[in-house]
Design a protein around this ligand. Sequence first.
Ligand SMILES: Cc1cc2nc3c(=O)[nH]c(=O)nc-3n(C[C@H](O)[C@H](O)[C@H](O)COP(=O)(O)OP(=O)(O)OC[C@H]3O[C@@H](n4cnc5c(N)ncnc54)[C@H](O)[C@@H]3O)c2cc1C
Length: 483
Amino acid sequence: MTNYDVLIVGGGSVGCAIAYALSRYDLKVAVAEKELDVGMGTSGRNSGVVHAGFNNRPGSLMAKLCVEGNEGFEALCKMLDIPYKRTGKLIVGYDEADHQALIKLKEQGEKNGVKGLEIIDGAAIRAIEPDLPASWAMLSRNTAVFNPFLYSIHLAEASAQNGVQYYLNSPVTAVEATEEGYRVQAGDHVLTCRTLINSAGLFADKVSAMAGDPSFTIYPCRGEYYLLDKGTLKMPVYPVPRPGVGGLGVHLTVTVDGNILIGPSADYIDNHEDYSTTEPILDQLRREAMILLPTLNMRTVIGTYAGVRPKLVKKGEANFGDFVIERSPKAKHLINLIGIESPGITASMPIARMVLDILSEDTELVEKPDFVPTYRGIPPFAELSRAEQRALIEQDPDYGDVVCRCETVTRAQVKRALHNPIGATGVIAVKNRTRSTMGRCNGGYCFQRIVELLLSEGKSPQDIDLKRRGDRPLLGYVKGGQA
Ligand SMILES: Cc1cc2nc3c(=O)[nH]c(=O)nc-3n(C[C@H](O)[C@H](O)[C@H](O)COP(=O)(O)OP(=O)(O)OC[C@H]3O[C@@H](n4cnc5c(N)ncnc54)[C@H](O)[C@@H]3O)c2cc1C
């Protein structure tokens, strides 16, 4: 049995941000995550936008923490080597009613403390994005995009470098209250802790109930997306928000790597982890995207995916579900984070600071003298200058061997991803750290080469997982192999 001061359930962006914030202090901290890697839940299935904070209800935690998160996001990304671009964003409308709605949205944003908002007309829109037919827009200068996979991964790896222990592939299935805190079954491990931080996203209601507080129900609401190849869009383009729709409306987002996303839809579902995409919704996405940008080339579609919102409000209910971040009134060693839907990643660092404030009520936070706040990830070979690439190849010839052609990912990068500091496994650990398999061939070329590398390191084909434990693409050798 291993004892911790703090055990965080859930290695999403929020759990990893809390782990990183806690790793500054002299505490024994662990994260239990049910998947093979961090950031595999909602944190890896979203639009990757650093929201400015104008969409959220004034006075809400969502509004306050989003604005704070936006302000600190760029500096955090620099410190942790997370790709980030301040692109700006357009929220577009077509008639006078939309124009008035945009003026109201700007007023709401300014009430929340958002800076850099401006209403612009059709000519000014086309000076930014020539093919948009909209008549009015609100330009939000402080909206940005970032790499959502590397966000959780680098927070986790930076916190591991500062002593946080990660238990991956370790679902929390039982939580028993003890005199000093909790005894927790996490996969094959029995862990004890004084404080349990419940950051389990879509399953936070279940974890809270296991720990003695059954007050919550999460209603899953799915958002489906198209992923398109790299294009010329410069910034995300959203429609004027429609009240009663469970999200921000189907939008076009340019990712930090230049790909285009269409989505997300908003449909309540029964299964919290049903990440299917469906024909009628994909048709709807295509139709709505064509209204925003009629010249969009749907022949450049690479794939589809979906993310699920952990809503605290039922389908058809008009209530507003704010973030819940509190010491449970029913279980004193439990800190709950429930209903952390959009803008949860933008707000993740202010959320972590709020959790630290709650924890400090009964736990002394003493700074460690040797805390290292910065982190460097795997060099993004494709984005380096020729001279930088040559220097890397001289250091390690494996940088001269391209494993993924679409994204120009080298053997050296893949090897570093396989030996990551938190012990993440599966082809997904390579994909999310390097972009290999994410290009237009969908892994047709590089998947086999990643597998060869895994085999050369002593793995057997039967042990290679794709995304989840047991999600096995290979069954064994055919004739001529080793059985
Ligand atoms: C369609 C969509 C678009 C979005 N777009 C944006 C955006 O552009 N910008 C933005 O800021 N936000 C966006 N969001 C919101 C954002 O993605 C979430 O708020 C954020 O990712 C929540 O992070 P989390 O760590 O709380 O949850 P998660 O990322 O879901 O992490 C929870 C983790 O807990 C683990 N877990 C669950 N149960 C257990 C258990 N029993 N034992 C161990 N581990 C467990 C899960 O595997 C998961 O890894 C979007 C969300 C959706 C669905």
